[in-house]
Design a binder for this molecule. Structure first.
Ligand SMILES: [Zn+2]
Length: 171
């Protein structure tokens, strides 16, 4: 453990919380340990007439950039429940039967804290779309051919990696 603590301990309040490794923090004053564990997040690849749904992010990080519908898994949810909920919240579609694709590690900066996540990607195939209404998470909805997506406009590395993988014939 180094001698230069940078963070306040949530138990004793002293500026004594120190990094032990890249996920474990220990308090040099009271002995409290905090595990900054990897969080689970989900993303939806929704196919409709040969195109997939992307949103324009309404918020930081990545405000104004493209993203797949998705978000963090809540404490009492399954991955499947989380992806169905996030799709409904962001683009107003009630979908069923998410199909597991793959997962990708990601980093997510929020209010200067770096979170490590594992993003789990699910596919849906749909016949009908609903009218989109802009909301607090999604400013716009775009249906794009996967090969036409400008990766420079995509917010997160895990999503760029997922799109590259989905472009491969074996995806
Ligand atoms: Zn402490």
């Amino acid at each position: 453990m180094s001698t230069t603590a940078q963070y306040y301990c949530p138990r004793c309040g002293l500026a004594a919380l120190d990094t032990v490794d890249n996920k474990l923090y220990g308090c040099t004053s009271c002995g409290y340990t905090y595990f900054h564990n990897t969080a689970a997040a989900v993303a939806a690849v929704i196919y409709h007439e040969g195109k997939v749904a992307l949103i324009t992010r309404a918020n930081e990080p990545g405000q104004g950039l493209l993203d797949l519908p998705g978000g963090f898994v809540e404490g009492d949810e399954s991955l499947e429940t989380a992806v169905v909920r996030e799709v409904f919240e962001e683009i107003g579609l009630s979908l069923r039967q998410p199909r597991y694709l793959f997962s990708m590690p990601n980093r997510y900066e929020y209010h200067t804290i770096r979170y490590r996540t594992v993003d789990v990607f699910f596919a849906f195939d749909i016949d009908d779309v609903a009218p989109f209404v802009a909301n607090e998470e999604a400013a716009a909805l775009h249906w794009m051919r996967i090969e036409d997506i400008d990766l420079g406009q995509v917010a997160f590395e895990s999503v760029r990696a997922a799109i590259r993988r989905l472009r491969q014939p074996t995806a």
